[in-house]
Design a protein around this ligand. Structure first.
Ligand SMILES: [Zn+2]
Ligand SMILES: [Zn+2]
Ligand SMILES: [Zn+2]
Length: 296
């Protein structure tokens, strides 16, 4: 038989750090006898979680909540919270479809974050953005002078001594015939007016100049905008033309018209018509008279 060792007290070391499955359920801790190695354990009271920092699992996005979590340093417990969804972040207005003369354009606003279109609006541009030259039809300066001109323009000769109405086509943008210029002479008054084929055609800025001598027709003189003459306002023939039988008109206005409208006629097509030829012949005849003394 073996001798039984005498009963002695264990010599325990200190309690170890407690271990928790879940802090709120309490944990256990143990200690060991330094002599025989016997282990003893006891439960410890529940404790509060010790959370680490919040970490973002998913960022909040436009109309979409985000998510953050944090973990307990002692147990397996994890907490989750939502990050509030964001509102769109509007960028600048930008043009998606440019405005045209008679049609509004479209502008949109995108979100700087997600790129979605968040607002749309239509916009228009002032007519003057689309202005082109409106000229009275005539003989080209280069033809009249017989020299190539750096600056060329239509010169419209007309009779100052003929009572009644003379009509000249109005050419827009050197492409389309869009209406007529009417020169109405009653006694000493000359009155200019225009009529258009399409009701949307419009003169925005008026420039009317008169000459009696070809030498005076220079780029500078033509391009000077005359405030003296307006449509529908009587002009004194004797004061303006000083007795000359023929005057030269240069109409160099700014205007708008619909290049797509079927009411306007391509200049190319119009100039093939007999009426146009006759008018030009008539004008050429007049300039001959002008060059040989102009009736004075
Ligand atoms: Zn022991
Ligand atoms: Zn915990
Ligand atoms: Zn957005």
């Amino acid at each position: 038989m073996q001798k039984t060792a005498p009963m002695t007290e264990h010599t325990f070391g200190s309690w170890e750090k407690p271990v928790y499955q879940r802090c709120e359920d309490g944990g256990t801790q143990s200690r060991r006898c330094d002599v025989c190695g016997t282990e003893e354990s006891r439960s410890v009271k529940p404790r509060k979680h010790a959370f680490a920092r919040w970490e973002t699992v998913r960022k909040a996005w436009c109309n979409e909540a985000g998510e953050q979590t944090r973990k307990c340093r002692h147990c397996e417990h994890t907490e989750t919270r939502a990050l509030a969804a964001k509102k769109h972040w509007p960028g600048r207005w930008r043009t998606a479809e440019p405005a045209r003369l008679f049609a509004p354009g479209k502008q949109i606003r995108l979100c700087r974050r997600c790129g979605d279109t968040i607002e749309t609006r239509s916009y228009t541009l002032d007519k003057k953005h689309f202005a082109v030259s409106f000229n009275a039809y005539g003989i080209l300066l280069s033809e009249l002078t017989g020299q190539k001109q750096e600056f060329d323009c239509f010169i419209t000769p007309f009779r100052t001594d003929m009572q009644g109405e003379q009509t000249v086509p109005i050419v827009a943008d050197a492409k389309h015939v869009v209406g007529n210029l009417h020169l109405l002479i009653e006694d000493d008054d000359l009155r200019l007016s225009c009529s258009f084929y399409d009701e949307r055609s419009e003169v925005l800025k008026v420039s009317i100049r008169f000459f009696t001598e070809l030498d005076k027709v220079t780029q500078k003189n033509v391009q000077k905008t005359s405030r003296r003459y307006q449509f529908e306002t009587p002009i004194s023939i004797s004061k303006t033309f000083g007795g000359a039988k023929y005057g030269m008109l240069i109409l160099n206005c700014q205007g708008v018209y619909d290049a797509e409208s079927g009411s306007n006629i391509l200049l190319e097509d119009a100039s093939k018509e007999i009426g146009f030829e006759m008018l030009l012949d008539e004008m050429r005849q007049m300039t001959k008279f002008m060059q040989s003394g102009n009736g004075t």
